[in-house]
Design a protein around this ligand. Structure first.
Ligand code: GLU
Length: 588
């Protein structure tokens, strides 16, 4: 436990150290880790790490350690991701878990196959927009609908882990549950971030099961370092480990989920046993597009992440700017913001669940289309609010644009195993603590709030709520390649800001050639087709001035990304976790 707390303390000092360096102008990107010919070093674990064999980067030291122990035991990247994910469910319960969903990008080194697995939550068959509207037909506020049963989608995580494990697992399913079961039984210390998130939440103590778990007998949020056991979760995991994934979707666990959702005193929902029994994870065609000398692959709909990141990069490559500056240069910041405006305009117009609405995925990332979009960017003047393009050369969508935004929780896991296989997995229960409904030791998601709820009679949008539909996501688990070789595994939480966080980090890592620790720490610049957001407290005042001169409306704001990445160099894996959260890289 002392090691874990020490790592947290070190993590806490990192952003400050970075800011000081940035302010005095000496935060030159650190060089890539030295290449040595020595045999694999013993395990390394820290905010950043260099490894020669395999590596996992995750949001909590316990999770990274669990993943590493699986890799050390001969498990595949996918095995390690499962073990890390289950531990995250326990130690970072505000962000992800079996009550939520995930997207997995997988790379198989033996034949270069890139695969995309969709474990997004789905709307119950009886769900429509009605309960999300006031009696006057206006959308209810997010804060009114987030807690309780209404916002809960049918969880997809267990099924998507099963699907990917069937394809890429090397260790037995049940073995991957052991680290999480053991830790749930013995207990783990409450992390600073978990404590702060409990203390800052206004819904958690309205729901009895969550209140009982996250608050002490004194009714105060669990303090940092308090040992927390979760025997109910251990028992849940044991059932799913021993009986298989079906034990989550049918039987006592499923019955309790349905009872919690329908019986919630706060916003009762409509999920039925058949919704759970019928849930399917789906293998989809990844979105891959060129970016300068690299090929970048990401998640297709129902996520907007893969398309939007590909568009941002595909537009950026038409411009030259200084990508090597530790603090974003004015030229880079301007082109990045403009490319993002264009990508967010298309996202708002075209992207929804492609099983229900036509999404012109390939047309949206076609180089010719992106060249046309890039011609809308002036090097000397901000464009203001961008309009969606017309990728099919005719009216491609009958939908109205919408600018619905996501939450700020979620988690990302990056793994590379000894054979060179990789997993980039972003996992979520949507906002912090999801719906706040807790069943058998885990939280249920509030993913249904990722649908766009519109006033009665308003023009239809692609991301409208509908029975069995999957809400649009921004999650962007990403893999990048050069000449067919894997070079980067990365992703982040952050709601709709994920797209900008990931695109910027890809540029910093590949074009800037930053060490991963510097790439994920770079102060953020982001535009979601409105104001240009700059990360506050990172010394970007000069940049703000330069952007205002170009006509940007600039806002300084907190931007808590959780970028976890691995840069794959010739003989070294260079991994790092975002200094803004509590993650670590672990490898050997
Ligand atoms: N629910 C969001 C999405 O799927 C992610 C939320 C977050 O990152 O906090 O896009």
């Amino acid at each position: 436990m002392r090691l874990i707390l020490e790592i947290w303390e070190r993590r806490q000092t990192l952003p400050a150290a970075f800011v000081v360096a940035a302010l005095v102008g000496c935060a030159a990107p650190t060089a890539s880790p030295p290449l040595t010919a020595e045999p694999p070093s013993p395990d390394t674990l820290g905010p950043s790490a260099a490894a020669r064999r395999h590596m996992v980067v995750a949001a909590n030291p316990y999770a990274a350690e669990a993943g590493l122990s699986v890799l050390n035991a001969g498990g595949s990247a996918l095995d390690a991701a499962i073990a890390a994910q289950l531990v995250l469910n326990l130690v970072e319960p505000q962000s992800s878990g079996i009550g939520g969903g995930a997207f997995i990008m997988h790379y198989r080194a033996s034949d270069g196959a890139v695969e995309a697995y969709d474990g997004r939550e789905t709307a119950p068959a009886a769900l429509d927009a009605g309960p999300f509207l006031t009696s006057a037909g206006k959308p209810r506020a997010f804060n009114d609908v987030v807690a309780g049963g209404l916002s809960v989608g049918v969880p997809g995580l267990v099924r998507v882990l099963e699907l990917a494990h069937r394809d890429h697992g090397r260790m037995p399913w049940a073995a991957l549950f052991e680290p999480a079961i053991r830790l749930a039984e013995t207990g783990f210390p409450v992390s600073p971030r978990l404590h702060q998130t409990i203390a800052g939440d206004r819904h958690l103590n309205r729901l009895p099961a969550a209140r009982g778990y996250f608050f002490g007998r004194d009714r105060k949020p669990l303090p940092i370092g308090r040992m927390l056991r979760n025997p109910a979760f251990a028992a849940t995991l044991r059932l799913i480990a021993e009986q298989g994934p079906g034990a989550f979707y049918e039987g006592p666990i499923a019955r309790d989920i349905v009872a919690a959702v329908r019986g919630s005193r706060v916003n009762p929902g409509v999920m039925a046993a058949a919704d759970l029994a019928g849930y399917r994870a789906v293998k989809r065609e990844p979105v891959c597009a060129p970016y300068r000398v690299w090929q970048v692959c990401g998640m297709p709909p129902p996520s907007s992440g893969g398309i939007a990141v590909a568009q941002v990069l595909g537009i950026l490559q038409h411009f030259s700017y200084d990508a090597r500056s530790a603090v974003p240069s004015p030229s880079f910041a301007h082109f990045l913001a403009e490319a993002e405006r264009l990508a967010f305009a298309d996202r708002a117009q075209y992207v929804g669940d492609s099983d229900f609405v036509p999404v012109p995925v390939q047309a949206l990332v076609e180089p010719r289309y992106l060249a046309e979009r890039a011609r809308l960017v002036s090097p000397t003047r901000a464009m203001g609010v961008a309009k969606a393009g017309d990728p099919l050369g005719a009216k491609a969508s009958t939908f109205a644009p919408d600018l619905h935004e996501g939450g700020v929780s979620t988690t990302h896991i990056s793994v590379v195993d000894g054979d060179g296989n990789a997993v980039s997995m972003t996992s979520t229960i949507e906002s912090a603590f999801g719906s706040r409904l807790m069943v058998r030791g885990f939280l249920l998601n509030n993913q249904m709030t990722d649908f766009t709820i519109q006033a009665r009679g308003a023009p239809a949008v692609a991301n409208a709520v509908g029975p069995r539909k999957r809400p649009r996501s921004s999650m962007a688990p990403t893999l990048a390649f050069r000449d067919g070789k894997l070079v980067l595994v990365i992703g982040s939480p952050g709601g709709s800001r994920i797209i900008g966080y990931v695109a910027q980090a890809v540029v910093a890592s590949l074009e800037g050639d930053f060490a991963m620790a510097s790439a994920v720490a770079q102060p953020h610049v982001l535009n979601r087709n409105g104001r240009t957001e700059l990360e506050e407290g990172t010394g970007l005042d000069g940049l703000a001035h330069a952007l205002r001169e170009l006509g940007h409306e600039v806002e300084m704001t907190e931007m808590t990304s959780g970028l976890h990445g691995i840069r794959v160099r010739d003989v070294v894996l260079d991994g790092a976790a975002d200094p803004r959260r509590e993650g670590v890289a672990a490898g050997n």
